[in-house]
Design a protein around this ligand. Structure first.
Ligand SMILES: NC(=O)C1=CN([C@@H]2O[C@H](COP(=O)(O)OP(=O)(O)OC[C@H]3O[C@@H](n4cnc5c(N)ncnc54)[C@H](O)[C@@H]3O)[C@@H](O)[C@H]2O)[C@@H](O)CC1
Ligand SMILES: Nc1ncnc2c1ncn2[C@@H]1O[C@H](COP(=O)(O)OP(=O)(O)O)[C@@H](O)[C@H]1O
Ligand SMILES: [K+]
Length: 499
């Protein structure tokens, strides 16, 4: 699913109005109806509704929502915040219609701001995507009152005061909703960790904007949906055999961290790889052979760390269809030498995670040695070590895009809504996963999954989008089964299911 800018969304509205064709007022009615359907499915009539409306089209939506809810017998108090002398045309039309049905309260100064009670639901329709400057004066006071109230708050389209795709200045006054119900498409702001307070749980509702226009509008931001991922997944041929699904090599573990290697190995096997070989320090040999009997084990000559000096002779690296390195390997100088040799020998895109990223961050000449189209999977701290500190989430997205594009890597920046930046400058935000996955080892699981997909011949961008999605989906299934708090990385592996 595409994420469009405010400008593009405005053009999309306009195109739909001209080409469907649909009168702007009817489009607003559709938006209000879609919101009302969402609302009535969740909140019953016992909860009094207080709708705060601004004077633009977001306020117009609010007035239309008030009318529709009143017609459904909800108890509604509409408050129009009169912060400016002019109203939009569609606002005025809906104002006339609502006045025939109910009384409207006007807020012209701070004294007019009503007391909001706990049982109420506040619908925030003060400012929408037309926000062009930071909030001030009366609007600020109303937003403060909403934020200090005990009521449940639902934002129409976007929280009032929040910019949809650029950074708000410091100390901006922004509604902090429990829910945001966006029209047609998600907004970039919804996907950024530092803005979550201003988004709450978000949903989008279809208001019938032109699909053809969305299709041909260029964008660099995408939100991965179930439907899109479904057609990436390959089905198995009846006559296939283990040689059809690649031979992966994982270089993982160090003394005390062999578990990371076990998790990556198990996840790799649960993700469809034909054959798996694993290099671990000698101390990991029995652990791995016992806990992952499906994998072949190549012990390193060193007891505790990977040095790239094998105990027994090993197959040439180019016999493997994909290589993954990093989970649990530590940052010893000998392991750095192993990584150096590995990067010099592997020609295919590989998966690089955890301490392999930390080693590369400290030895920056290695960046140029990484095969093009490799998948790097840093968490934010590892990514900061690799690049630089950012000033905002938007700045971080810029650094991410540039780093991936300049080096021709696929960079998987992990976290809620993991962002995958590709060599062509696009960024895909993941839609699955939950905070239960914030637990040691879930990243190692992802490395195993991605290595398995590369080994099966998936293109690196497809592998990253699909693998990250399925990793999160497994996390969601595991959380359904056990709840988020007790979730472990092993549960995520057990919940992987590729159909
Ligand atoms: N255009 C359409 O066809 C549709 C628009 N819809 C609604 O329209 C909204 C966008 O409407 P508008 O473009 O009128 O935008 P807004 O309703 O956000 O209001 C914009 C107005 O507020 C002023 N303004 C901007 N920043 C301000 C600030 N900080 N303090 C005070 N005033 C400020 C602007 O100068 C402008 O007059 C969407 O969010 C959505 O809710 C929906 O009805 C769907 C269809
Ligand atoms: N709040 C969250 N929502 C969704 N996914 C999350 C969340 N927290 C963590 N994750 C996922 O869990 C994994 C954690 O990886 P990482 O930080 O490398 O952990 P580790 O190194 O312990 O394996 C990532 O894939 C990340 O996207
Ligand atoms: K709003």
């Amino acid at each position: 699913m595409k994420i469009l800018t405010v400008e593009q969304t405005r053009a999309l509205d306009q195109y739909t109005i001209e080409h469907e064709p649909v009168a702007p007022l009817n489009l607003m009615e559709r938006a209000a109806q879609a919101f009302t359907d969402w609302y009535t499915a969740r909140f019953d009539k016992n909860r009094p509704v207080r709708i705060f409306c601004g004077l633009g089209n977001n306020g117009g939506d609010g007035l239309a929502i008030a009318r529709l809810l009143i017609q459904l017998d909800y108890t509604v108090q509409t408050c129009v915040v009169r912060y400016a002398p002019r109203e939009s045309e569609d606002f005025m039309h809906n104002h006339r219609r609502l006045k025939l049905l109910a009384s409207i309260k006007y807020i012209e100064s701070e004294q007019d701001i009503p007391v909001i009670r706990p049982k109420e639901v506040v619908i925030d329709a003060i400012l929408g995507s037309g926000l062009s400057r930071t909030t001030e004066g009366l609007v600020q006071s109303v937003i403060d009152a909403i934020n200090h109230s005990p009521a449940t708050v639902v934002a129409v389209d976007i929280a009032s005061g929040l910019f949809a795709d650029t950074a708000n200045g410091p100390n901006a006054t922004i509604v902090q909703p429990d829910y945001t119900v966006a029209f047609q498409l998600p907004k970039l702001a919804f996907l950024l960790p530092t803005l979550s307070l201003y988004v709450g749980e978000w949903h989008w509702v279809d208001i019938g904007l032109s699909r053809a226009y969305i299709e041909r509008t260029p964008t660099t931001y995408f939100y991965t949906t179930d439907q899109e991922v479904r057609h990436l997944l390959r089905t198995r041929n009846r006559f296939s055999h283990k040689g059809s699904f690649g031979h992966a090599l994982l270089l993982v573990g160090s003394y005390g961290k062999i578990g990371a290697g076990v998790l990556a190995s198990r996840a790799c096997l649960r993700s469809g790889v034909g054959l798996l070989s694993v290099q671990v320090p000698r101390c990991g040999y029995e652990i791995l052979q016992t806990s992952v009997p499906e994998a072949m084990c190549q012990p390193d000559g060193h007891l505790h760390i990977l040095t790239g000096q094998p105990e027994v002779e090993q197959p040439e690296l180019d016999t493997f269809s994909a290589v993954g390195v990093g989970p649990g390997i530590g940052t010893a100088p000998e392991t750095l030498e192993m990584l150096r040799k590995l990067l010099a020998s592997v020609k295919k895109p590989m998966v690089i995670d955890a301490d392999a990223i930390n080693l590369i961050a400290k030895n920056r000449d290695l960046i140029d040695k990484i095969p093009k189209n490799s998948i790097l999977t840093p968490h934010p701290k590892e990514f900061e070590r690799l690049t630089r500190r950012w000033t905002s989430d938007y700045d971080k997205l810029g650094i991410l895009r540039d780093f991936a594009q300049r080096n021709r890597f696929v960079v998987v920046l992990k976290g809620a809504n993991t962002a995958i930046a590709t060599p062509d400058g696009t960024t895909h935000f993941n839609s699955t996963g939950n905070p239960g996955m914030s637990t040691g080892g879930t990243g190692d699981v992802l490395t195993g999954i991605l290595t398995a997909l590369l080994a099966q011949g998936y293109d690196p961008v497809e592998a990253a989008v699909l693998g990250v999605f399925e990793h999160g989906r497994a996390g969601d299934r595991a959380a359904d089964l056990r709840g988020q708090i007790g979730l472990t990385a092993s549960d995520v592996i057990e919940a992987l299911r590729w159909d």
